[in-house]
Design a binder for this molecule. Structure first.
Ligand SMILES: Nc1ncnc2c1ncn2[C@@H]1O[C@H](COP(=O)(O)OP(=O)(O)O)[C@@H](O)[C@H]1O
Ligand SMILES: [Mg+2]
Length: 324
């Protein structure tokens, strides 16, 4: 076993507002291996973004980390001072967001924004940084990078802005990229191109990627390892092949059933009936009960233990679906 580049242990995060208190992330653990892609998968509201933002301590003020640790090179990022944390953010661990336009500054030219990322972290002069910026824009597949460098975000398409974000994220050769639904706002063709770019950069630089997605198609294409989240918990985790071929949790089965048909017949995606619950108190029973066809008495008496090796990989379920 290699040492993970990032390992999260027993992370619990609560949002407290005047109206409610939501356990968005509940005793979550996962590990990202160096140079690998770990996909964090689940429906909207399952706590993926909260988990991702915790890694870089980008949570909004109403969020409270109630417990756990995020280890990066043996240091707990949750306990690190602001200054050492700033040295890690961007430089060692970079972030790519779902909305690329919002991630860029609207009043600064693209070239200046890329150059700024370089000068703020590296010993490099402004002129050199500007020249490198053009090379970086070209490296993420942007045609006419000189012109793109002189443009402002509103002059570019969403797909182009996302390429710029990937360029900025990878310019500093980080060890880790946290990508939160990087292609969800883009159409399918552009999505494939962006994933291709991410994969290429990973191969060239050996960057590990924490890839957040609700789409098992993206998982199948990109991931080495998978952690499935439901109602703030990781409910199943394993290697991608294993997870696709031998899923155990009824929820993972349901998610996989929503894959578009591979025979090209199309048709709408089958949604999973029901809604994920809002976790307003720590769970007293399995949160998947209302949507599960395999409920046992035990499922109603207490939530399943966080993750337990069963039939080949860790799963949090009293009654996994399994064929011997
Ligand atoms: N700023 C916030 N204040 C209160 N609740 C929040 C906030 N952000 C997210 N939540 C709640 O936390 C849960 C997890 O949200 P999120 O981490 O965004 O999930 P995902 O990324 O999987 O869609 C949801 O129930 C959501 O409504
Ligand atoms: Mg999200």
């Amino acid at each position: 076993m290699t040492t993970p580049v990032i390992s999260v242990h027993d992370l619990t995060v609560r949002y407290r507002t005047k109206e409610s208190s939501v356990y968005a992330v509940d005793q979550v653990s996962f590990a990202l291996e160096p140079g690998k892609v770990l996909a964090l998968v689940g429906e909207s509201g399952s706590g993926k973004s909260t988990a991702a933002m915790s890694v870089l301590r980008l949570l909004p003020p109403e969020a409270e980390v109630l417990g756990g640790e995020v280890l990066f090179e043996g240091r707990d990022l949750l306990a690190l001072g602001d200054k050492p944390l700033r040295a890690i953010r961007g430089r060692r661990i970079a972030m790519i967001f779902q909305d690329p336009v919002a991630g860029l500054n609207p009043v600064i030219s693209i070239g200046d924004q890329v150059a700024e990322a370089l000068t703020s972290h590296l010993e490099i002069g402004k002129k050199d940084a500007k020249r490198q910026a053009v090379a970086i824009l070209s490296s993420v597949g942007l045609a006419d990078p000189e012109r793109v460098a002189k443009s402002y975000p509103f002059q570019l398409s969403g797909g182009m802005c996302q390429r710029v974000m990937i360029g900025i994220a990878t310019a500093l050769h980080p060890d880790v990229i946290v990508a939160d639904e990087p292609t969800s706002a883009l159409d399918v063709t552009i999505q494939a191109q962006i994933l291709y770019q991410l994969n290429r950069l990973r191969e060239a630089q050996g960057t590990a990627i924490l890839l957040i997605t609700h789409d098992f198609g993206v998982v199948a294409q990109m991931a080495d390892d998978v952690a499935v989240m439901y109602a703030g918990r990781v409910i199943e985790t394993g290697g991608v092949q294993e997870m696709l071929e031998r899923p155990l949790h009824p929820y993972t089965h349901a998610l996989l059933g929503t894959l578009p048909r591979l025979d090209g017949q199309g048709g709408p995606l089958r949604a999973i009936p029901g809604q994920p619950p809002e976790m307003v108190v720590p769970a007293e029973h399995c949160p998947f009960i209302p949507r599960c066809g395999k409920v046992l008495t035990a499922c109603r008496e207490s939530p399943p233990p966080p993750l337990e090796e069963q039939h080949g990989h860790p799963v949090a379920c009293y009654n996994p679906i399994w064929q011997s």
